[in-house]
Design a protein around this ligand. Structure first.
Ligand SMILES: Nc1ncnc2c1ncn2[C@@H]1O[C@H](COP(=O)(O)OP(=O)(O)OP(=O)(O)O)[C@@H](O)[C@H]1O
Length: 278
């Protein structure tokens, strides 16, 4: 078994009277693709925000492991957790819409590199970041679109680019927030293949409502419900867990025909085509 790269201990976040994340102790191995699932309001986004430092925990800790051992990330700012090796893609697109595909990745690479405060200046002076961008675009399947303007990409391609942006700076851990959300059913397989590829050399923690994607990709599933981790284990075991069925999956059947809108309403798990099953 690989070593852990990330762990939380008793991680908790209160918003006034609401406990969004409630004493979560969780670990992620360096070679693992783990899915974090749960109904709307379960605390998944808050948990991500606590990991990256976008929110400060009320209690508990976040630690990250590298060659020098464990480091306490609790309460660090997002740029500090990113420097440590924790990168995130967002549910809401986070691209520079009017610049090129290459430039989106180049800026991210340079922001994580030494020239942090100069990332808009003089591209020619930093060819290594252009090279890094080219390599990443190759990997995410967008090399042929490098000169396209980001806002002109299809939705699926924007998801590929977001993954490319998250890969810039060579993180150890990728946190992916609904990477298949809004992607048409024809393109979901491409996104799944891409994440599977990226997961071969990164630890991946993904939030995803599409249970077909989750069952396809995840080595392990962690389930949040009302801020608490109610299950954490192998996919089939978690899928068949009574508490998980009741809290979220509500009769999810991988073989059931699916129909309906592409996004689902997020209140329960969806099949590949977004057919509600809750
Ligand atoms: N900034 C905030 N202020 C107050 N309450 C918040 C804040 N952010 C989240 N919450 C509350 O915390 C709880 C967890 O929300 P969170 O967005 O983390 O859930 P989620 O599992 O990501 O949901 P979704 O699947 O809809 O994205 C919810 O009750 C939400 O209303």
């Amino acid at each position: 078994m690989a070593d852990q790269v990330l762990r939380t201990d008793g991680l908790t976040k209160h918003f006034g009277g609401i406990t969004a994340v409630d004493g979560v102790s969780f670990g992620l191995d360096s070679d693992e693709c783990c899915a974090l699932i749960g109904p709307n309001g379960a605390g998944k986004t808050t948990f991500f925000n606590l990991l990256t430092g976008e929110l400060e925990p009320s209690e508990g800790s976040v630690e990250f492991h590298d060659d020098d051992g464990w480091h306490d990330l609790t309460g660090l700012a997002p740029h500090e957790t990113a420097s440590a090796g924790l990168h995130r893609s967002y549910q809401i697109t986070n691209l520079f819409p009017t610049t090129t595909v290459r430039e989106n990745v180049r800026v991210a690479a340079q922001a994580h590199g030494d020239a942090t405060t100069r990332f808009w200046r003089n591209v020619g002076a930093f060819p290594e970041y252009v090279d890094e961008a080219e390599t990443i675009l190759e990997r995410v399947g967008l090399a042929a679109k490098a000169d396209d303007i980001a806002q002109n990409l299809s939705h699926g391609e924007k998801r590929q680019l977001e993954l490319g942006v998250a890969l810039a700076g060579d993180p150890d851990v990728l946190l992916l927030d609904e990477p298949a959300a809004g992607v048409s059913s024809e393109s979901v397989d491409e996104v799944v293949d891409l994440i599977r590829n990226v997961a071969t050399d990164h630890a991946v923690l993904l939030v995803e409502h599409n249970m077909d994607v989750v069952m396809d990709l995840a080595d392990r599933i962690a389930v949040l419900h009302q801020g608490e981790l109610i299950a954490d284990g192998p996919p089939t075991e978690v899928r068949d867990d009574d508490a998980v069925q009741e809290a979220y999956l509500g009769g999810y059947d991988p073989d059931a025909p699916t129909a309906g809108d592409d996004s689902g309403d997020g209140s329960g798990a969806t099949g590949e085509d977004g057919g509600g099953v809750a």
